[in-house]
Ligand binder design. Structure first.
Ligand code: PLP
Length: 375
């Protein structure tokens, strides 16, 4: 293992060991492993934190799937989403036999460009082959997308909005916290996420009680008001009690961890702003800093310098979805999303977690700067 972890779950566990162990022991004692009391408690606590009803589920991918299923998205429907994202954002669209329509992203925020979104929606409406049904903006690397403008486009064209906030739980805008910024939001508790469990987990957020009831039904096989009465076709999409118990212990320190991430981002900004393009800041918006991602003109020498210094890094994402084999037929080929394609060639993510010491941050930044001076 690298001397400097990219994400340091070990330090977090050492800090929270007694709380996490006690929570796990309680579950082992009561034995209600599926939909046990910790799931309810976690949904209540996280709901208070976010400011929306919270429905725990089996993963971020299933949270997105549940969001689309709630709106009965299916064959003949167009779902608009960025190609600069993790595959799950598009995968769920194809699983429901709907069609993804890739939208360009903003070069500064890396998030979906609302103007391009509207143009592509209008094109689909003009062509008439598909029905424009939904948009999945992604709050990439923890930075909220432009939800105000996306909501305006959605309103004009009657689109459902499902925010993919897998990376952005804990982020804030002047309008509220991520989870309360769109009619439906999906998040992930994958271990490396800002709030991570010890396996797979996710949640759907909504402020609409009707949508919340449908999602609760969909996550348990489409259950109706009685246990074996079915109201619709659903999935097995529950959050495990053990994962909810672990998340409850981690939720206690989550605000403190978000502050530590923000501090680290500020340190990187100060040390790197002259050498590379550091992440954009938006007035009044706080990122959850799932990743600290920079743009470098010549990436290979910087990667080489990081490797020489034993510093781990990530490239999210080396290839956009519209150029990946399973999605090629939905896209329009190389050159069709120039900003997205540029970002894939120049993006670079540095170690980011709440337990990274200031001197380590300095070392990381120094290795990046050395790399930019190599030709
Ligand atoms: C943007 C995005 N969407 C969806 C997902 C899927 O989440 P999960 O791995 O919990 O299914 C991820 C996880 O990496 C993600 O980063």
């Amino acid at each position: 293992m690298s001397r400097i972890p990219f994400v340091d779950l070990g330090s977090q566990y050492r800090r929270l060991k007694s709380a996490i162990d006690a929570r796990i022991e309680t579950v082992l004692d009561h034995g209600r492993y599926v939909m046990g009391p910790e799931v309810d408690e976690f949904e209540r606590r996280l709901g208070d934190f976010v400011g929306a009803q919270t429905i725990g589920c089996s993963s971020g991918t299933d949270a997105l799937l549940l969001g689309l299923m709630t709106h009965e998205v299916g064959p003949g429907d167009a779902v608009f989403l960025p190609a600069f994202t993790f595959p799950a954002t598009a995968e769920v669209v194809l699983l429901l036999r709907a069609e993804p329509v890739f939208v360009e992203v903003d070069r500064r925020t890396f998030n979906i460009d609302p103007d391009d979104l509207e143009q592509r929606v209008e094109r689909v409406e003009r062509e008439g082959r598909l029905r424009a049904r939904a948009v999945i903006p992604v709050d990439l690397f923890g930075l909220p997308a432009d939800h105000l403008r996306i909501a305006q486009v959605a309103e004009r064209h009657d689109l459902a909005v499902i925010d993919d906030a897998a990376q952005a739980l804990g982020a804030r805008t002047p309008e509220g916290k991520v989870g309360s910024l769109a009619p439906l939001t999906a998040t992930s508790f994958f271990p490396a996420k800002p709030l991570g469990c010890y396996g797979d987990g996710g949640a759907v957020f909504t402020t609409d009680p009707e949508l919340a009831a449908r999602i609760r039904s969909l996550r348990v096989h489409g259950q109706g008001s009685e246990k074996y009465e079915l109201a619709r076709i659903g999935i097995n999409g529950r959050l495990d009690t053990l994962q909810a118990a672990i998340l409850l212990a981690k939720l206690d320190v989550f605000p403190d961890e978000l502050r530590a991430r923000e501090e680290l981002a500020g340190r990187y900004d100060r040390d790197l702003a002259e050498a590379v393009t550091v992440p954009s800041r938006i007035e009044g918006v706080a990122s959850a800093w799932a990743q600290y991602s920079i743009l470098v003109e010549k990436r290979e020498p910087v990667l080489e310098s990081l490797r020489d210094a034993g510093i781990p890094f990530g490239i999210y994402y080396p290839m956009p979805l519209h150029l990946q084999a399973p999605y090629r037929s939905a896209g329009q080929g190389p050159g069709s999303l120039p900003v997205t394609e540029y970002l894939c060639e120049h993006i670079l993510s540095l170690p980011m977690h709440p337990y990274l010491a200031p001197e380590t941050a300095r070392e990381v930044a120094e290795a990046v700067c050395v790399g930019t001076r190599r030709s």
